[in-house]
Design a binder for this molecule. Structure first.
Ligand SMILES: [Ca+2]
Length: 219
């Protein structure tokens, strides 16, 4: 198995993976659009727009996929564009769960004052390890996020664009395999905020564009 998910939102209408591949959770007042063209996409001519328009309570505008079998290791990449954030907001834009719906990993963007921080998190058996980078991430631009999680070889790494920002040697119980993937915008965001996603790929063998050298099993 190589590519588990390869989605660039170029089908018109809908998704490259087919009409039945993705499911969605869209709260009242929220919307998703896989054919969005309002911002020049990172790849091709369309991207996924997740718009939060709910007025309170829980709010979700996301797509998700339940894989037929759990996957590890997992090489994840996607492009993300934040149109705007308000001071104090945090957007959870990617979330992965294992077969028992325990948290495996997540990517969150936070804003404090004028500083944007992107946070990649690995979860294991009730504890978590977070990597924050507040230098490389900005609103109003596309950024590529890459995450490698290889529990069997104790590896968890993350990159923003081509800069590595997270490197954690997994210890203790870390046998989670990714099976449920959620991408979009959920909770903690104000009304009217949107997240754009493009060029999403999840593989068990690596990245096929601008490869980053990874020596799985040798660390
Ligand atoms: Ca696209």
């Amino acid at each position: 198995m190589a590519d588990v998910i390869d989605e660039s939102f170029e089908a018109n209408p809908g998704y490259d993976m087919g009409s039945g591949y993705w499911s969605s959770i869209v709260d009242t007042g929220c919307s998703i659009d896989p054919d969005y063209t309002g911002v020049t996409p990172a790849h091709g001519s369309q991207c996924l727009q997740c718009l939060h328009g709910a007025t309170g309570g829980s709010y979700y505008a996301l797509i998700y996929k339940t894989l037929t079998v759990p996957v590890k290791p997992y090489y994840i990449e996607f492009r993300v564009y934040l149109v705007a954030m308000t001071d104090g907001e945090a957007f959870n834009i990617a979330h992965l769960l294992d077969a028992n719906t325990n948290h495996c990993g997540s990517t969150t963007v936070l804003r404090s004052g004028s500083t944007y921080t992107i946070r990649t998190t690995y979860y294991s058996a009730g504890s978590s390890q977070e990597y924050d980078n507040s230098v490389l991430f900005t609103a109003g631009a596309w950024h590529r996020i890459r995450i490698l999680c290889d529990p069997d070889n104790h590896i968890f790494k993350s990159w923003i664009d081509d800069t590595q920002v997270g490197d954690y040697t997994l210890t203790g119980v870390h046998n989670e395999s990714f099976q449920y993937g959620y991408f979009g915008i959920y909770s903690w965001a104000d009304v009217g905020k949107e997240v754009l996603i493009d060029g999403m790929k999840i593989s068990t063998t690596g990245w096929d564009e601008n490869p980053i050298e990874i020596n799985v099993g040798e660390e």
